[in-house]
Write a new protein. Structure first.
Length: 211
């Protein structure tokens, strides 16, 4: 089991997936909280049953899976509904994440949580916060390119996340992803070395004779 858990986060369109893939290419264990959330809430899983029982069958699509878009849209405008949905799913997600971390083999691992700093539920689980950063205009350009959303729609999503300055203020480490993908590699190399060193220090036994 990894001795160091690094929480990777960043605003929408910042390039979290690209950075996570670069760490994975170096043999680092990577666990994505969004993937875990999908796993615990797919048809037949405990989260699916909990949501249907508590919120009703209107949130189930024709294929029997949860209508994630409908849930997301409702949670976006109804904070009480969002809190209720989170209360149903977050304990299941947290438990599955612990199971996943227990299977890590490397000295450290990466836990990808898009809303790590906004929600805070998993903040205490990570030893360091790694923020992937780029200018807000670049975030908007990337999201529009990949999703086709209008600029005001992207800005509405960004408004639910921490402002860039606040996110950076809470970071232990930052990867600048404002430029081309090739700029990521040397930054990941540097942090990979750093995290391995920190994990090695953390795993050393403490000598009780030393003050």
């Amino acid at each position: 089991m990894a001795s160091l858990v690094v929480g990777l986060t960043g605003g929408i369109g910042s390039g979290k997936s690209r950075v996570a893939a670069a760490f994975a290419a170096r043999g680092v264990d990577v666990l994505d909280a969004d993937d875990v959330a999908h796993a615990v809430s797919r048809r037949g899983a405990p989260g699916h049953r909990a949501v249907v029982q508590a919120l009703g069958p209107e949130f189930v699509g024709a294929d029997g899976e949860l209508d994630r878009a409908k849930l997301r849209d409702r949670a976006f405008v109804d904070h009480a509904f969002r809190r209720r949905l989170e209360a149903l799913l977050h304990p299941l997600i947290a438990a599955r994440i612990e199971d996943g971390i227990a299977l890590w083999h490397g000295p450290y691992g990466l836990l990808v949580v898009p809303l790590l700093l906004e929600r805070g539920g998993l903040r205490s689980r990570v030893a360091r916060v790694l923020v992937v950063d780029c200018p807000e205009d670049e975030q908007i350009r990337r999201v529009r390119l990949r999703s086709g959303l209008a600029e005001d729609e992207v800005r509405a999503i960004m408004a639910t996340q921490l402002p860039r300055a606040e996110r950076l203020a809470q970071a232990d480490d930052v990867i600048d992803n404002a430029g081309p993908d090739t700029d990521i590699e040397p930054q990941v190399d540097r942090l990979d070395r750093r995290y391995r060193e920190l994990a090695q220090r953390a795993s050393r036994p403490v000598d009780p004779r030393k003050p």
